[in-house]
Write a protein that binds this ligand. Structure first.
Ligand code: PMT
Length: 408
């Protein structure tokens, strides 16, 4: 694990879940690592564990109420003082409140007033975890840059098996560390990221598309923003909210994506094409809805513009990164695309692997640079995958990039 930065003040928010007792272990680990920790508990958290436990272990007062008699405005002073807010365990209730800007107790008011980065580790029953409104609220928080450490599968307090167990302490600690150690190593860069699918219309009501959700590209946009870059996100149709402080252009077709990428390319220093751009589109788009008349319907398709390959001659000193979504011969095909499109780096994912590819929160990728060097990453969240891709790009920027950009 990375080393813990010196003299950091972490606010540990504890909410009303049976997993609240595990916050004690998290508190101990944070303190062993050298952090100053202030604990804030909601009233339901106190039904599960007493504030005194945290007070003794943290050697600091534990705050439970917005209205404690005090000469300071507690929620404002704490909000300004802390370097990071960790809410573990985070219940469906606190997630819903924070995602919707509700500030009705000390913890939620403090979150509203603070600009410190936030990490949340949800814990709840499996059916609650799968509730669509909760998932929507998590997407909102994700879009705002909150680092969510997803719960794990296992035996739940209800006696049922499912997803909902608080993530292990190591994972929570490592998320806290990566937020605290975040570097501004892309400051001064303008990063153009493409994300999501394209839709190629057949008629006014139908289109050809693919299963890309946009999650990988949005994670990259958020991570690049977090490292200090100006980020422009050219996005195909998705349901994802625009990440905070990212400029977004919404497009539908490959041709529209090409136009948007060309529009922003002159101001771009780094292009990352994570979008799953259609390779073919219908040659003709019917003005009227196609009628069910013949027993067989033949569609004539034509190639779409290859956005990356077309930019090869105009790239100058820009770093260009592509993705390869493959279902076999991963490295051979990725290498061919890297060469053909003149890229500095290609991110190859075998989308047949469990936990990799389309519409998931995780990915399994191999990074291949223009020297032909490969780095295989394990299954990671798309947020973590994005960070590792950016680490590799920062290394390339540091000077080892070959001039001719051909494989050796
Ligand atoms: O969006 P998610 O659900 O999170 O899924 C993530 C993902 C699987 C879509 C992502 O990880 C991924 O692999 N994206 C690239 C998918 C793809 O289109 O791969 P490709 O091998 O067909 O294309 C190679 C590269 O050329 C890509 O960078 C692509 O953006 C680019 N391309 C493709 C076609 C085209 N006409 N122009 C292009 O620039």
């Amino acid at each position: 694990m990375e080393s813990f930065p010196h003299d950091k003040h972490v606010l540990l928010g504890v909410t009303g879940s049976i997993a609240a007792y595990k916050s004690v272990l998290i508190l101990r680990r944070l303190m062993e690592a050298g952090a100053r920790v202030t604990v804030v508990m909601t009233s339901s958290a106190q039904q599960f564990i007493a504030p005194l436990t945290f007070q003794v272990l943290s050697r600091r007062p534990v705050y439970t109420s917005l209205f404690d008699p005090s000469d300071e405005i507690r929620h404002l002073t704490l909000a300004e003082q802390v370097d990071l807010i960790l809410i573990a365990p985070a219940t469906a209730n606190i997630i819903g409140k924070i995602a919707n800007g509700i500030a009705d107790d000390l913890l939620t008011t403090l979150v509203t007033a603070s600009r410190a980065p936030m990490v949340m580790a949800p814990a709840m029953d499996g059916d609650m975890w799968n509730y669509p409104v909760l998932q929507r609220n998590l997407s909102v928080l994700d879009g705002l840059g909150v680092h969510i450490v997803p719960p794990e599968e296992g035996l739940l307090a209800s006696g049922k098996e499912g997803v909902g167990r608080l993530a292990p302490e190591e994972k929570i600690l490592s998320a806290v560390l990566s937020r605290l150690n975040r570097r501004e190593d892309l400051a001064g860069e303008t990063v153009l990221v493409t994300a999501g699918p394209t839709q190629e219309p057949l008629d006014p009501v139908r289109y050809l598309t693919n299963r890309s959700s946009g999650k990988m590209g949005y994670a990259l946009a958020r991570a690049a923003r977090g490292r200090g870059a100006r980020v422009i996100l050219v996005s195909g149709p998705t349901h994802l909210p625009c990440p905070a402080n990212v400029e977004r252009a919404l497009v539908q077709t490959a041709a529209e994506m090409r136009d948007a990428v060309h529009r922003y390319f002159p101001e771009t220093t780094l292009l990352i094409m994570a979008a799953a751009v259609a390779d073919y589109r219908p040659r003709l788009r019917s003005e009227q809805k196609l009628k069910k008349e013949a027993s067989t319907l033949f569609l004539e398709l034509e190639p779409t513009p290859d956005i990356l390959a077309d930019l090869r001659s105009e790239r100058g000193d820009r770093i260009m990164v592509g993705f390869a979504a493959e279902t076999g011969n991963l490295l051979k095909r990725a290498r061919a695309k890297l060469e053909q499109k003149g890229l500095d780096l290609i991110v190859a994912n075998d989308v047949t692997q469990e936990g990799a590819g389309f519409d998931l929160d995780t990915n399994i990728v191999t990074l291949m640079n223009a020297r032909g060097e490969t780095t295989a990453l394990p299954k990671l969240s798309k947020a973590e995958t994005a960070e590792r891709i950016l680490d590799e790009i920062v290394k390339l920027k540091a000077g080892s990039r070959p001039k001719d950009r051909t494989l050796r």
